[in-house]
Design a protein. Sequence first.
Length: 273
Amino acid sequence: MVKGLIGRKIEMTQVFDRHNKAVPITKIRVEPNFVVQIKEAEKDGYKSVQLGVEQKKKSSKPQIGHGKKAGLDFSPRILHEFGFEGDLKAGERLEVDQVFRKGNIVDVTGITKGKGFAGVVKRWGFAGGPKTHGQSDRERAPGSIGATTTPGRVYKGMKMPGHMGNEQATVQGLEVVEINKEENEIQVAGSIPGSVSSIVFIKKSEKKRKAYHEPEIPQIPVISGKEEEKEGQSEGATEQKEVPVETAQEEPKPESNTVKEEKSIESGEENAN
Protein backbone atom coordinates (compact mmCIF):
# COMPACT_ATOMS: atom_id res chain seq x y z
CA MET A 1 0.00 0.00 0.00
CA VAL A 2 1.00 3.64 -0.45
CA LYS A 3 3.07 5.15 2.37
CA GLY A 4 1.63 8.66 2.12
CA LEU A 5 -1.07 10.98 0.80
CA ILE A 6 -1.50 14.61 -0.27
CA GLY A 7 -3.67 16.83 1.91
CA ARG A 8 -4.54 20.43 2.71
CA LYS A 9 -4.22 22.04 6.14
CA ILE A 10 -7.57 23.25 7.54
CA GLU A 11 -7.13 24.58 11.06
CA MET A 12 -5.70 23.90 14.49
CA THR A 13 -7.90 23.14 17.50
CA GLN A 14 -7.98 20.83 20.53
CA VAL A 15 -9.74 17.68 21.68
CA PHE A 16 -9.91 15.79 24.98
CA ASP A 17 -8.56 12.29 25.49
CA ARG A 18 -10.10 9.59 27.71
CA HIS A 19 -8.47 11.18 30.77
CA ASN A 20 -10.09 14.58 29.96
CA LYS A 21 -6.72 16.05 29.09
CA ALA A 22 -6.63 18.70 26.32
CA VAL A 23 -4.63 17.61 23.27
CA PRO A 24 -3.76 20.19 20.56
CA ILE A 25 -4.48 18.83 17.07
CA THR A 26 -4.35 19.94 13.45
CA LYS A 27 -7.10 19.04 10.97
CA ILE A 28 -6.00 18.03 7.47
CA ARG A 29 -8.44 17.50 4.63
CA VAL A 30 -7.35 14.60 2.44
CA GLU A 31 -9.33 14.53 -0.80
CA PRO A 32 -9.23 11.31 -2.85
CA ASN A 33 -5.74 10.77 -4.28
CA PHE A 34 -5.45 9.27 -7.76
CA VAL A 35 -2.58 7.11 -8.99
CA VAL A 36 -1.17 9.03 -11.98
CA GLN A 37 2.05 7.13 -12.67
CA ILE A 38 3.97 4.14 -11.29
CA LYS A 39 7.76 4.29 -11.31
CA GLU A 40 9.51 0.94 -11.73
CA ALA A 41 13.05 0.07 -10.73
CA GLU A 42 13.82 -1.66 -14.07
CA LYS A 43 12.70 1.31 -16.16
CA ASP A 44 13.13 4.41 -13.99
CA GLY A 45 15.83 3.23 -11.59
CA TYR A 46 13.68 3.45 -8.46
CA LYS A 47 10.27 2.37 -7.23
CA SER A 48 7.56 4.86 -6.29
CA VAL A 49 4.05 5.99 -7.14
CA GLN A 50 3.00 9.44 -8.33
CA LEU A 51 -0.24 10.67 -6.79
CA GLY A 52 -2.36 13.59 -7.96
CA VAL A 53 -5.15 15.64 -6.37
CA GLU A 54 -7.52 18.41 -7.45
CA GLN A 55 -8.17 19.55 -11.02
CA LYS A 56 -6.12 22.05 -12.93
CA LYS A 57 -8.16 24.79 -14.65
CA LYS A 58 -5.80 25.47 -17.56
CA SER A 59 -3.66 22.53 -18.64
CA SER A 60 -1.13 22.17 -21.43
CA LYS A 61 -1.30 19.30 -23.92
CA PRO A 62 1.53 17.34 -22.25
CA GLN A 63 -0.24 17.64 -18.88
CA ILE A 64 -3.55 16.49 -20.39
CA GLY A 65 -1.80 13.54 -22.04
CA HIS A 66 -0.09 12.62 -18.77
CA GLY A 67 -3.49 12.34 -17.09
CA LYS A 68 -5.03 10.37 -19.97
CA LYS A 69 -2.31 7.72 -19.71
CA ALA A 70 -3.60 6.95 -16.23
CA GLY A 71 -7.20 6.88 -17.43
CA LEU A 72 -8.12 10.24 -15.87
CA ASP A 73 -10.38 12.73 -17.60
CA PHE A 74 -8.65 15.70 -15.97
CA SER A 75 -5.15 17.00 -15.28
CA PRO A 76 -4.19 16.89 -11.55
CA ARG A 77 -3.11 20.20 -10.05
CA ILE A 78 -0.76 18.78 -7.38
CA LEU A 79 1.58 15.85 -8.04
CA HIS A 80 3.84 14.11 -5.54
CA GLU A 81 5.68 10.80 -5.28
CA PHE A 82 5.52 8.34 -2.37
CA GLY A 83 6.94 4.91 -1.74
CA PHE A 84 4.57 1.95 -1.90
CA GLU A 85 4.34 -1.79 -1.37
CA GLY A 86 2.10 -4.29 -3.11
CA ASP A 87 0.20 -3.85 -6.36
CA LEU A 88 -1.27 -0.60 -7.65
CA LYS A 89 -2.95 0.34 -10.92
CA ALA A 90 -2.84 3.64 -12.77
CA GLY A 91 -6.03 5.63 -12.22
CA GLU A 92 -6.79 3.92 -8.88
CA ARG A 93 -8.54 6.07 -6.27
CA LEU A 94 -7.14 6.08 -2.73
CA GLU A 95 -9.12 7.18 0.34
CA VAL A 96 -7.67 8.36 3.65
CA ASP A 97 -8.87 5.32 5.62
CA GLN A 98 -7.13 2.96 3.17
CA VAL A 99 -3.69 4.31 4.06
CA PHE A 100 -3.82 5.57 7.66
CA ARG A 101 -5.24 4.20 10.90
CA LYS A 102 -5.89 5.77 14.27
CA GLY A 103 -2.69 5.67 16.32
CA ASN A 104 -0.27 5.71 13.36
CA ILE A 105 2.88 7.84 13.59
CA VAL A 106 3.32 10.15 10.58
CA ASP A 107 5.66 12.86 9.24
CA VAL A 108 4.09 15.99 7.73
CA THR A 109 5.93 18.14 5.16
CA GLY A 110 4.84 21.61 4.07
CA ILE A 111 5.97 25.16 3.24
CA THR A 112 6.34 27.34 6.34
CA LYS A 113 4.76 30.77 6.67
CA GLY A 114 6.79 33.58 5.12
CA LYS A 115 7.96 36.20 7.64
CA GLY A 116 9.78 38.50 5.21
CA PHE A 117 13.10 40.15 6.12
CA ALA A 118 13.91 39.52 9.78
CA GLY A 119 16.77 40.35 12.11
CA VAL A 120 18.93 37.92 14.03
CA VAL A 121 16.84 38.13 17.22
CA LYS A 122 13.67 36.95 15.49
CA ARG A 123 15.32 34.74 12.88
CA TRP A 124 17.91 32.94 15.01
CA GLY A 125 16.96 33.78 18.60
CA PHE A 126 19.98 35.96 19.42
CA ALA A 127 19.97 37.71 22.80
CA GLY A 128 21.20 41.06 21.47
CA GLY A 129 23.74 43.36 23.05
CA PRO A 130 23.78 45.12 26.44
CA LYS A 131 21.09 47.71 27.01
CA THR A 132 23.12 49.93 29.36
CA HIS A 133 26.41 51.86 29.53
CA GLY A 134 25.48 54.21 26.73
CA GLN A 135 24.84 51.58 24.02
CA SER A 136 21.57 52.82 22.62
CA ASP A 137 21.72 51.01 19.27
CA ARG A 138 22.98 47.52 20.27
CA GLU A 139 19.81 45.97 21.69
CA ARG A 140 19.03 43.82 18.64
CA ALA A 141 22.41 43.89 16.92
CA PRO A 142 24.16 40.62 15.89
CA GLY A 143 27.54 41.59 17.31
CA SER A 144 30.83 40.50 15.79
CA ILE A 145 30.68 38.47 12.54
CA GLY A 146 34.39 37.64 12.23
CA ALA A 147 38.01 38.63 12.79
CA THR A 148 40.10 41.30 11.01
CA THR A 149 43.00 40.59 8.63
CA THR A 150 42.91 36.89 9.34
CA PRO A 151 40.83 35.48 7.67
CA GLY A 152 39.84 38.83 6.17
CA ARG A 153 36.38 37.65 5.20
CA VAL A 154 33.07 36.41 6.66
CA TYR A 155 32.71 32.64 6.88
CA LYS A 156 29.96 30.97 4.92
CA GLY A 157 26.92 29.93 6.91
CA MET A 158 27.19 32.80 9.39
CA LYS A 159 23.83 33.52 11.03
CA MET A 160 22.80 36.97 9.87
CA PRO A 161 19.63 38.95 9.07
CA GLY A 162 17.75 37.86 5.98
CA HIS A 163 14.62 36.27 4.51
CA MET A 164 12.77 34.16 7.08
CA GLY A 165 10.26 31.41 6.43
CA ASN A 166 8.63 30.32 3.14
CA GLU A 167 10.76 27.18 2.97
CA GLN A 168 10.08 23.45 3.13
CA ALA A 169 10.00 21.93 6.59
CA THR A 170 9.05 18.53 8.02
CA VAL A 171 7.64 17.72 11.46
CA GLN A 172 8.28 14.11 12.46
CA GLY A 173 6.63 11.71 14.88
CA LEU A 174 3.05 13.06 14.97
CA GLU A 175 0.29 10.74 16.14
CA VAL A 176 -2.95 10.25 14.21
CA VAL A 177 -5.65 11.07 16.76
CA GLU A 178 -8.78 10.54 14.66
CA ILE A 179 -9.87 9.82 11.07
CA ASN A 180 -13.18 11.19 9.77
CA LYS A 181 -14.02 9.37 6.55
CA GLU A 182 -17.24 11.32 5.95
CA GLU A 183 -15.43 14.67 5.96
CA ASN A 184 -12.21 13.25 4.43
CA GLU A 185 -10.28 14.58 7.43
CA ILE A 186 -7.37 13.32 9.45
CA GLN A 187 -6.45 14.77 12.85
CA VAL A 188 -2.82 14.72 13.96
CA ALA A 189 -1.53 15.71 17.40
CA GLY A 190 0.54 18.90 17.43
CA SER A 191 1.25 21.61 14.86
CA ILE A 192 2.38 21.24 11.25
CA PRO A 193 4.17 23.71 8.92
CA GLY A 194 2.23 25.97 6.59
CA SER A 195 -0.65 28.41 6.68
CA VAL A 196 -4.35 27.59 6.48
CA SER A 197 -5.35 25.94 3.15
CA SER A 198 -1.72 25.16 2.27
CA ILE A 199 -0.72 21.83 0.68
CA VAL A 200 0.95 19.28 2.95
CA PHE A 201 2.32 15.79 2.37
CA ILE A 202 1.52 13.16 5.01
CA LYS A 203 3.89 10.21 5.13
CA LYS A 204 4.12 7.17 7.41
CA SER A 205 6.96 7.76 9.82
CA GLU A 206 9.88 5.44 10.43
CA LYS A 207 10.07 6.61 14.04
CA LYS A 208 8.84 4.20 16.71
CA ARG A 209 6.11 4.96 19.18
CA LYS A 210 7.39 6.90 22.21
CA ALA A 211 6.18 7.26 25.76
CA TYR A 212 4.80 10.76 25.14
CA HIS A 213 2.34 9.32 22.60
CA GLU A 214 0.49 7.55 25.42
CA PRO A 215 -2.07 9.65 27.36
CA GLU A 216 -0.96 10.50 30.87
CA ILE A 217 -3.10 9.28 33.78
CA PRO A 218 -3.94 12.25 36.03
CA GLN A 219 -2.85 11.85 39.64
CA ILE A 220 -5.55 11.90 42.35
CA PRO A 221 -4.51 14.29 45.15
CA VAL A 222 -4.53 12.96 48.74
CA ILE A 223 -5.76 15.51 51.30
CA SER A 224 -4.51 15.21 54.93
CA GLY A 225 -4.16 11.43 54.74
CA LYS A 226 -7.89 10.73 54.65
CA GLU A 227 -7.50 8.35 51.74
CA GLU A 228 -4.89 6.34 53.69
CA GLU A 229 -7.20 6.06 56.75
CA LYS A 230 -10.04 4.85 54.58
CA GLU A 231 -7.76 2.27 52.99
CA GLY A 232 -6.64 1.04 56.43
CA GLN A 233 -10.22 0.74 57.66
CA SER A 234 -11.27 -1.13 54.56
CA GLU A 235 -8.32 -3.53 54.93
CA GLY A 236 -9.25 -4.19 58.61
CA ALA A 237 -12.84 -4.87 57.67
CA THR A 238 -11.77 -7.36 55.05
CA GLU A 239 -9.49 -9.14 57.55
CA GLN A 240 -12.33 -9.52 60.04
CA LYS A 241 -14.61 -10.91 57.43
CA GLU A 242 -12.05 -13.44 56.22
CA VAL A 243 -12.55 -15.88 59.18
CA PRO A 244 -12.08 -19.51 58.09
CA VAL A 245 -15.30 -21.47 58.22
CA GLU A 246 -13.63 -24.80 59.11
CA THR A 247 -12.10 -23.55 62.38
CA ALA A 248 -15.42 -22.07 63.49
CA GLN A 249 -17.13 -25.41 62.98
CA GLU A 250 -14.40 -27.44 64.74
CA GLU A 251 -14.76 -25.58 68.06
CA PRO A 252 -16.71 -27.78 70.62
CA LYS A 253 -20.05 -26.49 71.80
CA PRO A 254 -20.55 -26.16 75.59
CA GLU A 255 -22.94 -28.79 77.07
CA SER A 256 -25.89 -27.71 79.20
CA ASN A 257 -26.38 -28.81 82.89
CA THR A 258 -29.43 -30.97 82.10
CA VAL A 259 -27.44 -33.04 79.62
CA LYS A 260 -24.65 -33.61 82.19
CA GLU A 261 -27.19 -34.78 84.87
CA GLU A 262 -28.80 -37.28 82.47
CA LYS A 263 -25.38 -38.78 81.69
CA SER A 264 -24.50 -39.12 85.41
CA ILE A 265 -27.84 -40.89 86.17
CA GLU A 266 -27.29 -43.37 83.31
CA SER A 267 -23.76 -44.15 84.52
CA GLY A 268 -25.07 -44.77 88.13
CA GLU A 269 -27.72 -47.26 86.95
CA GLU A 270 -25.12 -49.21 84.96
CA ASN A 271 -22.89 -49.48 88.02
CA ALA A 272 -25.76 -50.75 90.19
CA ASN A 273 -26.56 -53.46 87.68
